[in-house]
Design a protein around this ligand. Structure first.
Ligand code: GAR
Length: 353
């Protein structure tokens, strides 16, 4: 039937374009590709791999959708004129039958690297071959991976890939790592970064086999990181496919491009009930002010110093006889309980949006 239609188009001096594929989970990359293929001629036929051949090409568990469903979706597209389903792995027989004027193929192929059988069939039919570039980042495999990551299916962890940034003792890092080990926080620490070369946080991460790196902060004043340091941090975080960043005693001011690369995805823990006592030595400030209560805050990081949206707080009484050390130790007990809990909740709730 399609062959007769091809002959009719031929008489009308019109061009029939053929392409083939699995089109399992239709995405925008497919749609753009099919539109482009259609624009090369006057009619577009999609030769759709049947279910057995998709399984053979893509592996067990595929296709996600039956050939009937996939064909119905493709037929609903304005740029698709006909769909034919074929059961072999290769489209050779379809090409031989339809003898298209033009054959469009997507991806990394060149006319030379096409399957030899298909290439021979195209040559027999005197078909022009056009390779169309794929839309970067848009593919069924990438979509499936995102879906699996979101649901936890097939991946080791259901939670986020975390980076922990710290300058010092790393007790909050330990609390997060312990919560992951205990199964109370579903996450994976993908990377630990410190601006201090011999900090305990880096040693602790290395002991646990977690990638840990020192980044030279530069010589800017007032806790600012140099542009080079910020760029290196962003590059490392992106290379580690980090979802969420936890600042844990990171004594540096965070700004663009780090803030812009991870909008709403950077958390900090601070040892006071913000907005009281931002900045350094917050527990000491609380003690000296004569307050009877202080605590800790987990907040989203913005360009200010400890000014971002508060996500959760825990209160700690200031007891008679408290020193800066005893008070900070009691605040830290609460920090270690609160931080992993807020990371889990924030992730579940969609990153503080
Ligand atoms: C924590 O008490 C944290 O709240 C504080 O530094 C300590 C780091 O301890 N952060 C700030 O003061 C940020 N302004 P740790 O290295 O043992 O986790």
């Amino acid at each position: 039937m399609v062959a007769a239609w091809r002959d009719q188009l031929d008489r009308e001096e019109k061009k029939l374009v053929l392409t083939n594929g699995c089109f399992d989970l239709l995405h925008v990359g497919h749609v753009r590709y099919l539109r482009e293929a259609r624009a090369l001629g006057d009619a577009l036929v999609v030769a759709l791999n049947g279910d057995a051949s998709v399984r053979e090409l893509k592996g067990e568990g595929r296709p996600m959708n039956t050939a009937e469903d996939r064909a119905e979706i493709l037929c609903a597209l304005e740029c698709v004129d006909r769909v034919v389903v074929f059961d072999e792995k290769r489209a050779t027989r379809v090409i031989d039958t339809i003898r298209p004027h033009l054959y469009a193929k997507g991806g990394d192929y060149t006319p030379e690297s096409l399957n030899p059988e298909e290439r021979a069939a195209l040559d027999r039919a005197n078909t022009e071959i056009r390779i169309l570039s794929l839309v970067p980042g848009k593919s069924t495999s990438a979509t499936l991976k995102r879906m699996q990551d979101d649901s936890g299916g097939g991946s080791k962890n259901k939670g986020p890939r975390l980076a922990v940034l710290g300058s010092g003792r790393g007790s909050n890092f330990e609390a997060i790592a312990d919560a992951i080990d205990a199964g109370t926080l579903e996450a994976e620490i993908a990377l630990v970064i410190s601006d201090v070369a011999h900090s305990r946080i880096l040693a602790l991460a290395q002991e646990r086999g977690i990638p840990a790196i020192h980044i030279e902060p530069g010589s800017e004043k007032g806790g600012r990181l140099s542009d080079a340091a910020l760029k290196e941090i962003v590059d490392r975080l992106e290379a580690a496919s980090v979802d969420l960043i936890a600042l844990a005693g990171f004594m540096r001011i965070v700004r663009a491009p780090l803030l812009t690369a991870f909008p709403g995805r950077i958390l900090n823990i601070h040892p006071s009930l913000l907005p009281k006592y931002p900045g350094l030595g917050a527990w000491r400030q609380a003690l000296e002010s004569g307050d009877t209560e202080t605590g800790c805050t987990v907040h989203l990081v913005d360009a200010g110093v400890d000014t971002g949206k508060t996500l959760a707080q825990a209160k700690v009484p200031i007891l008679p006889g408290d020193t800066a050390e005893t008070l900070h130790a009691r605040i830290q007990e609460q920090e270690h309980r609160l931080y992993p809990q807020v990371i889990a909740e924030t992730w579940r709730a969609g990153l503080g949006q």
